[in-house]
Design a protein around this ligand. Sequence first.
Ligand SMILES: Cc1cc2nc3c(=O)[nH]c(=O)nc-3n(C[C@H](O)[C@H](O)[C@H](O)COP(=O)(O)OP(=O)(O)OC[C@H]3O[C@@H](n4cnc5c(N)ncnc54)[C@H](O)[C@@H]3O)c2cc1C
Length: 179
Amino acid sequence: MKSYDIIVVGGGHAGIEAAIAPAKMGLSVALVTMEKNAIGRMSCNPAIGGSAKGHLVHEIDALGGVMGVIADRTGIQFRTLNKSKGPAIWAGRCQSDRKLYSEEAVRVVSETKNLEIVEDSIVDVMVEDGKIVGAKTLSGKEMKCKAVIIASGTFLNGLMHTGLKSKKGGRFGETHQQD
Ligand SMILES: Cc1cc2nc3c(=O)[nH]c(=O)nc-3n(C[C@H](O)[C@H](O)[C@H](O)COP(=O)(O)OP(=O)(O)OC[C@H]3O[C@@H](n4cnc5c(N)ncnc54)[C@H](O)[C@@H]3O)c2cc1C
């Protein structure tokens, strides 16, 4: 059974930062995500920043994270929003090339030392004496670890409502059901 310091579940924006930070500190990390090429995939409008999230991107950047760096490398338009109003509400926003952003995220994660990408789905955690000691995958693997960070996003078991009709769904083309 393979052993890691940390298992991160999910390779979205949160999982990328959660995996890279401890790996940079020398801990061994497994980033388990369903599809390697979906690492860093943006949902729809590929904007990084803006008045709601811009401060978060700057904070991640100040802490040594990669979101702002990847946005800079893949940006196709950079703007400061709300310039007609006072500086308190100005906000930087980058429109990235959606496909390039994900490709660059895959490259950055793949090139991080101490970090292994595992293409699978975590279905359970292993607990001994009230402590997490590992995780189990859909394909039947058992992986040992000292901690699990769950960054599985918002799509699983999602329900989409159109008028009175509801159907199961999530990001186009991705598994969204965790039965
Ligand atoms: C339509 C839409 C448009 C949006 N537009 C913007 C925008 O323009 N700008 C912006 O900043 N934000 C936008 N957002 C919000 C943004 O997409 C989310 O805030 C962001 O994706 C959340 O990142 P995350 O890492 O938490 O989750 P996600 O990006 O959802 O990543 C989670 C990952 O975990 C994987 N996963 C889940 N469960 C498991 C498991 N058990 N085992 C292994 N892997 C698992 C999933 O497959 C997925 O790859 C938008 C969201 C939506 C829905």
